[in-house]
Structure formats: C-alpha cells, structure tokens
Design a protein around this ligand. Sequence first.
Ligand code: NI
Length: 159
Amino acid sequence: MALREIRIVGDEILRKKSREVKEVTPRIKELISDMFETLYKEEGVGLAAPQVGVLRRVVVIDAGVEEDVKKPMVFINPVIIEMDGEQTGEEGCLSVPDKSCEVRRAEHVVVEAFDEDMNPFSIDAHGLIARCLQHEIDHLEGILYIDRVKEQEAEEKGE
Ligand code: NI
C-alpha cells in the first residue's frame, strides 16, 4: 500500500470523465488499497479515483469515522438508478482544501455497482451515505461539489 497524492482544484484531471473498469486487475486492486490508505490518512469520508490522478470509475467510501468503526465500501462503475427526496448539508472535498459549503442533494439514492471481485450489487442509501455517493459519482463525471453550490445559488436567484 502507498499513499497517493491528492489532486487539487485547478488540476485539469479533476474535470475529466473517468473510464469504466472492465476487469479488476492487480493494478486496480492496488489502486483501491492505496485509495483507502489515502482516505484514512486524510480523514475523509469518500474518495474517487480521479482525485488521485486516475481516470477510472472507482469510488471508496468509509462513513464509519463517526462511530470509530471502519466500514470500507468499494464501488466500481457506480450508477445512480434512483434518487428522490432532498437534504441540505455541509460538504467538503479533499480536492478543495480548507473549504466547506451547504449543498442540496437527494436524500435517498439507489446505486448499482460492482465490488472488488466484479460481482454486481446495489445499495439503497439515505442521509450521509447517499450524499457521499452523489458527491463521489460526480467526481467520475468531472463535477465538483462547488459546481453544485454555484448552480444552486444561481437557481435561488432565479437565473
Ligand atoms: Ni470530493
């Protein structure tokens, strides 16, 4: 395992669309383990591969921080197939240092993805995990939460 360097806003790679993973190669396994190591070191809740400079559709989340229990979750090629409800809460991002903003997100999502053995699974998520999934899946499309904040501010002004 190794720590990876977090790409910071302004880096073009964060604006690119990530490619699907067809097969979990040793390289992808290493990427996933490095992403967890980096996530824990930085005390984040979630991390998407483009944040460490790799344009592949891989997301890791561990929302166990609050209870001091690690609950690592890996999502390969995640897709949101359902979303509803609304929640507003504070978000930050390891790629946007020293900043946080209120962001409006769906309260509930259903996400389909593949695990580390490429077995398909789905997750029905509410609250923090739902928020985190939306944030990380945005990264795979080159979208940052600060873009969502801008969009929502423009909406409120009726633009
Ligand atoms: Ni982020």
